[in-house]
Write a protein that binds this ligand. Structure first.
Ligand SMILES: Cc1cc2nc3c(=O)[nH]c(=O)nc-3n(C[C@H](O)[C@H](O)[C@H](O)COP(=O)(O)O)c2cc1C
Length: 215
């Protein structure tokens, strides 16, 4: 286990989207702990449709930067985790999900119901619905990784500024993969970005129904 440098609440409140990294390598053990945090995320029916490509080699980071509107932090980060969803993952993984579930005590009645529901639900999706479904799951795992990295004392940069086709080509991703976001991890170089602040709770949170303020 890597050394805990911040509490979760400090990590959440002090995190900034890192503008520039110093490029020092990230120890294998810390990277594993960060990845593991993401893999523990919840998902609908535990289908875990996320897939991650960890990019650390200078050559591959350079290519990834070219696919990411030339954002310098892609090349400077110690590691870039490219977070993807696999639209066909559930078809291949449903038996594995049920097998692991049974090993953990999943009742047979649940397994039978899940097998039917997952297939009926996900096979009915349009392309856009599948993309939305992948996005929501991948981002939970992504956020868990980002916060674990911050807790371990790293700086992070979430990124959506990339060209889907170019990233797919650079990483040789299967056709069923959808790239959701990239997470740069490393140590801040130079000054941190400004703190943009956040909208007040009264602007974004309502009580019981839309428009009613939370008191
Ligand atoms: C999903 C996502 C994608 C983002 N993509 C980029 C990006 O491509 N390039 C960039 O410089 N910042 C990117 N950001 C960082 C945001 O600009 C930043 O989070 C926001 O301005 C708030 O700043 P803060 O995170 O430092 O509080 C992204 C953030 C998120 C959550």
């Amino acid at each position: 286990m890597g050394e805990i440098k911040k509490t979760l609440s400090q990590a959440i409140l002090e995190r900034r989207a890192t503008p520039s990294f110093d490029g020092t390598p990230i120890p294998e053990e810390d990277l594993r702990q960060i990845l593991d945090a993401g893999l523990h995320a919840p998902s609908g029916y535990n289908m875990q449709p996320w897939r991650f490509i960890v990019v650390q080699s200078p050559e591959q980071k350079k290519r990834l930067r070219a696919a990411s509107y030339n954002q310098g932090k892609v090349e400077e980060a110690s590691a870039v985790i490219v977070a993807c969803g696999d639209a066909d993952g559930w078809r291949k993984d449903i038996d594995l999900m049920l097998q692991q579930g049974r090993e953990g005590g999943m009742p047979e009645s649940y397994a039978a119901q899940a097998a039917d529901s997952v297939t009926a639900y996900l096979s009915s999706f349009t392309h856009d619905q599948m993309t939305a479904w992948l996005n929501k799951h991948v981002m939970i795992a992504f956020t868990s990784m980002m916060l674990m990295a911050e807790v371990l004392g790293y700086d992070t940069a979430p990124m959506e500024g990339f060209e889907q086709d170019k990233v797919c080509e650079t990483l040789r991703l299967p056709m069923s993969y959808w790239v959701v976001a990239q997470l740069g991890i490393g140590h801040l170089k130079g000054p941190d970005k400004f703190n943009g602040g956040r909208f007040d709770l009264s602007h974004t949170v309502f009580a019981e129904e839309y428009g009613k303020p939370l008191r």
